[in-house]
Write a protein that binds this ligand. Structure first.
Ligand SMILES: O=C(O)CCC(=O)C(=O)O
Ligand SMILES: [Fe+2]
Length: 225
């Protein structure tokens, strides 16, 4: 599944993120790419180890984790550390596949899903679409500031070259409790169905219980914890 989630950050959180970003240092983005991806990666990455960088990481991480749609769609078991990157004119990120495993020690994860949280508006730059090759279809997307695009890490993708202005995003990866995309899709559909059933049938209706039972039993079959 490829899904856009609006309003991960509200206006106040976006302003705070931008203020923290203004105090953060930047380094060459190739440092955090695998050897193959490093050849096509042209951007800069924020130093999230500084004081303002740590505050920024916490702000973004909390906002992503607490979002109900993100939780339902990704079913996260674990999240990678986040990266914040910016690309200016003539920069971008050529076609690549993300590393299957990331992080070290206790932070090691299998990447099932990748996401980009847009930190500035599409009007601020030309080019810079995130282009994803998913199930034989090409999706090219550029979202409003504060919105997140979640997509399977199994796909080839790229960031189109920026022709003017500057693109700033936060990217990260999820190890899902549910390893396959097909099973995650079914659970996401059922979670959405549960919301509609709750809205249209009285509390305690047998349909609520039946649906809860189906969801719980599928999660028993498909989850790794
Ligand atoms: O900047 C983006 O939207 C995606 C970046 C990316 O593909 C990556 O960091 O692996
Ligand atoms: Fe990537």
């Amino acid at each position: 599944m490829l899904i856009t989630i609006p309003d991960i950050l509200d206006a106040a959180a976006l302003t705070e993120a931008k203020e923290l970003l203004a105090k953060t240092g930047w380094a060459d983005g190739r440092k955090t790419a695998g050897p193959e991806a490093a050849k096509v990666k042209r951007n800069e990455q924020a130093d999230l180890s500084s004081r303002s960088g740590t505050a920024l990481h916490t702000l973004l991480n909390d906002a992503i984790r607490k979002n109900a749609v993100f939780q339902a769609a990704a079913q996260p078991a674990r999240l990678s550390r986040l990266l914040v990157s910016r690309s200016g004119e003539a920069q971008g990120y050529g076609t690549h596949v993300d590393n299957a495993l990331m992080g070290t020690g206790a932070n090691r994860i299998r990447t099932d899903l990748s996401f980009t949280l847009f930190l500035n508006d599409p009007a601020d730059y030309e080019g810079g679409e995130l282009t994803i090759d998913w199930a034989g279809m090409i999706h090219s997307m550029k979202l409003e500031a504060g919105s997140l695009l979640l997509y399977p890490s199994t796909s080839l993708h790229r960031v189109e070259t920026i022709t003017s202005g500057q693109r700033t995003v936060c990217v990260g990866w999820v190890q899902s409790q549910v390893r396959t995309s097909e099973q995650r899709d079914i659970l996401f559909d059922l979670a959405n169905l549960k919301v509609s059933v709750r809205a249209s049938l009285p509390e305690g209706a047998p349909e609520h219980l039946a649906l809860s039972k189906v969801i719980a039993n599928l999660r028993r079959l498909w989850s790794e914890v």
